[in-house]
Design a protein around this ligand. Structure first.
Ligand code: NDP
Length: 675
């Protein structure tokens, strides 16, 4: 008997007298005791807000990203312990992979996004500086800093590991402590993974806590700096969303709930097309993976009307070959639903769907799974076909959260999009088309109703990630019925746990807050050329001003013939004059860049290892023969990249003999920590 424990304020708490008995979906007998102990929610919140939060916020984004990476490696090294109990949830090993490897993969992606998309500091700079006055003495800048409360994660039963890790990764990266509350039915698997997180010793005290069982009065104590992030049913979401404390304090509430996801076989796909084959393959995967208990699964299959029967026959044939039974038995492709109550719920909802559609394959009245009892939580893949999707209502409203899907015929692209939108907001919709125009038409009429649009065809090869796979790089969530929330999406997901603030002040003040030099902030000088200084020695604001260099017509001629860039504006005085941008022949922009490098570099071997790129290059004023340019080079920001070197971004401006700026860019260099 499993006895998963809560982890509250640094202590493990065993199931109490009022524990819930968890009935296994495969054995139909009790497999775990969960929850039922009194919770000291005040202590829990204080521990998170006063211990975990400050400890996390003391770290930089990069420190936290490194922890996520180590955590991913640690869990990966112990994942077989998770697979060992995965089968108890009804999931096959392959299903477990989606959950366990998917969760670990999400940590890896966030570790990487944290280091590439966030600074090695405590303030995220959001967008460009806004000049609010004429001279630039008073500026605006958006920044984001971690919320100072706690994130409460309420998770669904279907992904006990991924569900926890996909919410923890952006939360911890933001610097916010979390209280995780898994669904009771599969909480023992979440607890096993959570225990690994604690045993890894990688996170600061108070960064994570776990509630097995119910949350008691926790949500009544949510404050203005807290976040509740929920995955589950629309009814529970609505109830929780209306908790007075959440409304009173404008506590952020993110919800990911029911979704009648549509998949559209494009009008251009005939039975012999690769898109037809891809559609069938993915539909079978979506109906059977995790026994269809995926919030992103295809619930409505939209096909051109003349192909509806063909698709129905082909899918019925393939679904009929899926072996359903004990998740650990040989040859089993589909396991059980997560609980006996889910089974009754899915059967009841499938029966409702059956009032508007014919059953093509499957069964709602009993079924013999391989190596398991018919009383356990198994149902076979069940496919319906609806002949009048316009008149249908239930099919667009009722989510049977299991291996159940319905084929709907459509007339044309506009009709397909209209039917997809009848889901009233979904997490994902997919289109299988080789025609970019079809993809565009459906996107324009439908994107606003879906959190993600997945478009697959013969050209994606093996790289398409799958209709139902939320990728950590892309947002996961959707409007309307899907909850109106957003998760993941790389750095976007981190922002849900941070506060965006508009700061206004002088360049010096803004530069001090963000840790990045901006124009107008004080410059620093040093007797040694910055290219002879190590990453550590270089200071934000450190600047050199070069001597001027005069551009001659010979320079322009030489550069043109040397590079082959004999564009008329550089070579033909009359033609250049006819061009509204130029006074006559002008120097190449690239010539100016090359001369700029010649002016600011320090040629001797030193800590600067390489020039790795330019950002935001703009040429603002033409330069003619006889003009002279000089360069200002200022250290704008520094970012650690590896254990031996980091990236230094320099603001570079070129000005002419009149002091007018002619070009500007951001130069990126890799600089060693040592000399
Ligand atoms: P629920 O909405 O009942 O549960 C989701 C989570 O909310 C669970 O952790 C649950 O805990 C918790 N919860 C329920 N009531 C409260 C409460 N009063 N206070 C705090 N937490 C609470 O969904 P189910 O898991 O039962 O699934 C029901 C249906 O939801 C499915 O059939 C499916 O239609 C949909 N669903 C959608 C998902 C999605 O990702 N879009 C995922 C899973 C389900 P506990 O387990 O202890 O009750």
């Amino acid at each position: 008997m499993l006895k998963p424990e809560s982890f509250i304020a640094g202590a493990w708490i065993a199931p109490g007298a009022a524990a819930t008995s968890v009935i296994g979906p495969v054995s139909a007998t009790q497999i775990a005791l969960a929850g039922g102990s009194a919770l000291d929610t005040d202590a829990m919140l204080a521990h998170a807000r006063q211990v975990g939060g400050p400890a996390l916020r003391a770290l930089t984004f990069h420190d936290r990203a490194k922890i996520l990476k180590k955590l991913a490696l640690y869990i990966d090294s112990r994942k077989e312990e998770l697979y060992a109990i995965n089968g108890l949830t009804g999931a096959t090993r392959r299903d477990g992979g989606v959950d366990i490897e998917g969760g670990i993969g999400t940590l890896f992606v966030y570790a990487s996004k944290g280091r590439s998309g966030l600074p090695d500091s405590h303030v995220y700079v959001d967008g460009e500086v806004e000049q609010l006055g004429r001279s630039g003495a008073f500026l605006g800048q958006h920044i984001a800093t971690p919320l100072q409360g706690v994130a409460v994660h309420i998770n669904a039963f279907n992904f006990p590991v991924w569900g926890m890790l996909e919410k923890l990764a952006p939360t911890l990266l933001a610097g916010v402590p979390a209280i995780v509350k898994p669904a009771t039915q599969t909480c023992y698997l979440t607890e096993a993974c959570f225990r690994m997180i604690i045993e890894s010793g990688l996170l600061p005290e108070g960064a994570v806590q776990l509630i097995i069982g119910r949350t008691g009065d926790l949500l009544d104590k949510m404050g203005p700096q807290d976040v509740v992030s929920f995955t589950g049913s629309a009814d529970t979401a609505m109830m929780l969303r209306n908790t007075p404390a959440l409304i009173r304090n404008s506590t952020r509430f993110m919800s990911e709930q029911d979704s009648l996801n549509a998949s559209i076989l494009g009008p251009d796909a005939d039975v012999d097309s690769p898109e037809f084959a891809l559609f069938l393959k993915e539909a079978v995967t979506e109906i059977t993976t995790k026994a269809g208990q995926k919030c992103t699964a295809m619930r409505r299959l939209l096909v051109p009307a003349h192909l509806a029967d063909t698709v129905a026959a082909a899918l019925a044939d393939r679904l009929g070959q899926i072996t359903v039974g004990h998740p650990d038995a040989d040859g089993v492709r589909m396991g059980a639903l997560a609980s006996l109550s889910q089974k009754s719920d899915v059967l009841a909802k499938a029966a409702q769907i059956g009032t508007e559609a014919r059953m093509i394959c499957g069964s709602l009245d009993g079924f013999q799974p391989v190596d398991a009892s018919p009383e356990a939580a198994f149902i076979p893949p069940t496919l319906f076909q609806c002949d009048d999707p316009d008149a249908a209502k239930i099919i667009h409203e009722v989510e049977a959260f299991g291996p159940v899907s319905t084929i709907l015929p459509y007339r044309d692209t506009a009709h397909a999009a209209e039917l997809a939108n009848r889901g009233e907001g979904s997490l994902v919709a997919s289109v299988f088309t080789h025609d970019p125009q079809v993809a565009r038409e459906i996107t324009l009429s439908s994107a606003a109703w879906h959190g993600r649009l997945y478009i697959n065809n013969r050209d994606t090869g093996r790289e398409a990630t799958g209709h139902g796979a939320p990728m950590p790089h892309m947002i996961h969530g959707g409007p309307g019925r899907a909850g109106g929330g957003e998760e993941l999406g790389g750095v976007r997901g981190v922002m849900h746990y941070m506060q965006r603030t508009a700061i206004q002040g002088t360049p010096e003040i803004i530069s001090a807050i963000t840790g990045q030099w901006i124009k107008g902030a004080p410059e620093k000088s040093n007797p040694t050329h910055p290219f002879q200084r190590t990453f550590t020695e270089i200071e934000i604001g450190e600047t050199i001003h070069t001597d001027p260099r005069t551009i001659t017509m010979d320079d322009i001629e030489h550069f043109a013939h040397f590079t082959g860039d004999t564009f008329y504006a550089h070579m033909d005085e009359d033609a250049a004059k006819r061009n509204p941008f130029f006074p006559g022949r002008v120097a190449h922009g690239y010539l100016l860049l090359s001369f700029a490098a010649g002016l600011f570099v320090e040629p001797n071997e030193g800590p600067v290892l390489a020039n790795t790129g330019l950002n935001g290059l703009s040429f603002q004023k033409p330069v003619s023969a006889g003009d002279s340019i000089k360069v200002r080079l200022t250290c704008k920001r520094k970012t650690k990249r590896t254990d031996t070197y980091g990236e230094v971004a320099w603001n570079v401006t070129l000005t002419n003999q009149d002091g007018d700026q002619v070009a500007e860019y951001e130069l990126l260099t890799m600089v060693s920590y040592d000399r």
